[in-house]
Design a protein around this ligand. Structure first.
Ligand code: AR6
Length: 177
């Protein structure tokens, strides 16, 4: 499904973050060292090749809520924005730290003139953030920032399972400007 906020299209799709050919940038749910790992980070580094870890290592470590940008190497995307989500129950306040991931990613995208971006559901895997709560924070943060976006016109959420897609679609349906 998709919904428009202040001229910005917010989409939810089921799929794999490494297969978003029509997005200029993809977001990595990274670790502090910006190394390969499990989940999204593992998939992104495998698909991008070793050049990604090499480029990213010069910017590590990052703190929860922070984001950095690299090129896409062997991915079909020009850029990768790496952000470190909060570990649920450890890094507090987790909602603010998660919101910061989205704000900082959008800021980097704008600074680089990026027009389309795909996000995974940051922190909802290994880091344990409940899916529904995370979706509310993510959408509310993006919608609040939508009026400030000049370049970025398409923001996609790529959910791994049909259940995660359902949760996101339900929350997005309820969201107002
Ligand atoms: N495409 C889209 N979504 C995916 C994919 C994929 N290929 N793989 C997993 N997901 P996670 P986190 C979903 O664990 O919670 C890593 O090991 C997954 O189902 O990737 O921020 C890093 O190295 C979940 O809903 O990220 C860090 O140490 C969501 O993406 C740590 O995990 C995020 O899951 C980061 O943990």
């Amino acid at each position: 499904m998709e919904k428009e906020f202040s001229g910005v299209t917010l989409e939810c799709r089921q799929g794999d973050i490494v297969n978003q050919k029509d997005c200029e940038a993809v977001v990595n749910a990274a670790n502090a060292q910006l190394e390969t790992g499990g989940g999204v980070a593992g998939a992104i580094h495998r698909a991008a090749g070793p050049g990604l870890a090499k480029e990213a290592s010069t910017m590590a470590p990052i703190k929860p809520g922070e984001a950095v940008i690299t090129t896409g190497h062997n991915l079909p995307n020009e850029y990768v924005i790496h952000c470190l989500g909060p570990v649920y129950g450890r890094d507090k306040p987790e909602d603010e730290l998660l919101a910061r991931c989205y704000r900082n990613s959008l800021k980097l995208a704008e600074e680089n003139g990026i027009t389309s971006i795909a996000f995974p559901a940051i922190s909802t895997g290994v880091f344990g953030y409940p899916m529904e709560e995370a979706a509310k924070v993510a959408f509310a943060t993006i919608i609040k920032q939508a009026t400030t976006l000049k370049h970025l016109k398409k923001i996609r959420f790529v959910l791994h399972s049909s259940k995660d897609l359902e949760v996101h679609e339900k929350i997005l349906t309820e969201m107002r400007e």
